[in-house]
Design a protein around this ligand. Structure first.
Ligand code: ZN
Length: 494
């Protein structure tokens, strides 16, 4: 290790620590902080992010990284660290300080406007703020640079290695197929799932959730679960990965969303310790993060084999008459019930990607300039009619339902649907390598799944981009095929 590299490494560790300190403060804000702490917390976070930005864009760091880039004596991981740090450095440098400040101000104002607008079903109250966010996003795309579409530049913030054209090629036929599958599933008829609704003992739900999480490999010595307004996963190191949960009024209320977050958490607990405290101990994209959460939530947690093991355990724990005569098939069917709906976060695993495709098409059009912000509610309603066959009764449950655009996040939504595609492709590969997988899951043994994810995805961290990781893990380029095959198999469709 050369001395320049050791200086660089130390500087990058400082940046890494500053990011994680901010995450601790965010976690505390969501989970622990009393309401009146919000002003001081805002100041603390601003100070830290300004300090981080100053260090991350310093001329000194740039010069040191350039010096290291030419150092042939570095080990492969060291070269990779320098290359990735240079990528981050260059990208951050492209955004002038004034632009970053404008963005931050606009986001704060727009988030508050959105909260109010959503409550009052008032699109016009939010419209100028959204217009400003779109304008800034387009400005950002110009500053970052792109080849074909300005949306490419924004997509790169969340799913590096993927282009707008590639997404279009994946999503257009996917949406058409899904529309047909939804109709077929509904035409076949589904078992009633009303029995899952109601009040369920929260303590028992948490106990059951912790039991499953422990079984699938979530390390409680390196993590914890707390209640918060929104379920999320955050890590300060692979040895401290926390998730939050909330109680909703179904028997799965707390469990399935926690299993989703645990999928994220298993990824973060599985980063290679050889690169800890560095940017290589991270996911290369949000889509591949979602690959993990959706694999555990949808492909394991909503399956019959899973419930073959856990139905008696849950019945034993709850000691509730409403569960007494329920079978594994009942649980899996209720957790897999398909129904076109208005709200993305409540959508089932089949219609979910349609919600995403709608958002992708609309935000792409906003960024490329073919759709005006004022036309958004109408375009939103038209697509919900077209793709899901439902009417949008109001803005609050329409284009105001998601927080993303209020925070200036454009290019984020596609990662959710990509996660579904990645997950199905990965699961199909695991299944091919373990023909007894269903029997293993039905015994409560999911080690084959975790072992595969650990080796092929978790351990890699940010050494490779998502499309490459998926191709190497599954032997195939990304496509929708495995996802569609899995849906057809699950719902017995041809
Ligand atoms: Zn997620």
């Amino acid at each position: 290790m050369t001395s320049t590299f050791s200086i660089v490494k130390e500087k990058l560790q400082e940046l890494h620590d500053l990011e994680n300190i901010q995450s601790v403060l965010h976690w505390d804000m969501e989970v622990m902080m009393p309401a009146k702490g919000v002003t001081a917390r805002g100041e603390q976070l601003t100070t830290l992010s300004a300090l981080h930005h100053r260090l991350a864009t310093s001329e000194e760091l740039g010069a040191l990284l350039q010096e290291c880039a030419g150092d042939a004596s570095l080990a492969p991981d060291e070269k990779c660290l320098v290359a990735e740090a240079w990528y981050d450095y260059e990208r951050t440098k492209k955004l002038p300080e004034q632009y970053v400040r404008n963005l931050s101000d606009a986001r704060t104002a727009s988030y508050h406007a959105w909260t109010k607008a959503r409550k009052n079903n008032d699109f016009h109250g939010f419209e100028p703020f959204l217009a400003r966010n779109v304008e800034l996003a387009r400005e950002g795309a110009e500053l970052l640079g792109y080849v074909e579409s300005p949306y490419d530049a924004l997509l790169e913030n969340f799913e590096r290695g993927m282009t707008t054209a590639q997404l279009q090629e994946l999503f257009t036929p996917l949406a058409a197929e899904l529309q047909q599958l939804v109709q077929q599933i509904i035409a076949k008829g589904q078992a009633d799932k009303a029995w899952i609704n109601g009040e369920w003992n929260e303590g028992r739900q948490k106990e059951f959730t912790e039991r499953v999480l422990r079984d699938i490999g979530y390390d409680f010595e390196a993590g914890r679960i707390d209640f918060a307004a929104h379920p999320f996963c955050t890590n300060f190191d692979s040895q401290d990965v926390r998730i939050t949960t909330r109680n909703e009024k179904t028997v799965f209320g707390l469990f399935l969303s926690s299993l989703h977050e645990a999928g994220h958490a298993l990824y973060e607990q599985g980063f290679d310790s050889a690169v800890r405290r560095s940017l290589l101990a991270a996911a290369p994209s949000l889509g591949i993060h979602e690959c993990n959460s959706r694999l555990w939530e949808n492909l394991v947690g909503r399956s019959i084999p899973f419930w073959q093991h856990y139905t008696p355990i849950l019945q034993q724990l709850f000691k509730d008459d409403r569960l007494a005569n329920k079978s594994a098939e009942d649980f899996a069917a209720a957790a897999s019930y398909v129904e076109p709906s208005l709200i993305r976060v409540d959508a089932d695993e089949v219609t979910y990607s349609l919600h995403v495709v709608i958002r992708f098409e609309l935000e792409k059009a906003l960024i490329e300039g073919s759709l005006n912000v004022s036309e958004l509610p109408e375009a939103w309603a038209a697509r919900y009619k077209q793709y899901l066959g439902i009417s949008v009764p109001n803005h609050a449950d329409g284009c105001l339902q998601d927080v993303h655009w209020s925070e200036g996040l454009f290019g984020y939504f596609p990662t959710y649907a990509l996660g579904n595609l990645y997950a199905a492709q990965v699961m199909e590969t695991i299944r091919a390598q373990h023909p007894e997988l269903d029997a293993e899951i039905a015994r409560g043994d999911t080690r084959s799944i975790l072992d595969f994810l650990r080796e092929k995805i978790h351990h890699v961290g940010r050494r490779k981009l998502a499309p490459q990781i998926i191709e190497e893990a599954t032997g195939q380029k990304l496509s929708s095929d495995a996802f569609l095959r899995a849906i057809r198999a699950k719902y017995n469709l041809n």
